[in-house]
Design a protein around this ligand. Structure first.
Ligand SMILES: [Fe+2]
Length: 84
């Protein structure tokens, strides 16, 4: 279920962490790995049970917690690096 775009998105984010020396980089990268692994297991379950809501619930939780909370944490560091 995890598509190439998502992997590209994560790797781009992680490259920015390196460039900006984001102190939370290792923890955030770990979250990305966990999301990828969880996506595969939940995606398989969703397809096996023929219930797309299982996967949609996972995506909703990811968007709410990771993007709206965890991704916001690196914003100040990246803005400082980019001088914006
Ligand atoms: Fe992220």
């Amino acid at each position: 279920m995890m598509d190439c775009y998502t992997k590209l998105h994560f790797s781009t984010e992680e490259e920015l962490f390196c460039l900006a020396s984001y102190p939370g980089m290792e923890e955030h990268k770990k979250q990305h790995r966990n999301l990828i692994n969880k996506s595969f297991s939940i995606g398989s379950k969703s397809m096996r049970l023929r219930d797309p809501n299982i996967y949609l619930d996972f995506l909703q939780e990811w968007w709410v917690t990771h993007i709206n909370e965890d991704d916001l944490l690196y914003g100040p560091c990246i803005r400082k690096y980019l001088c914006i």
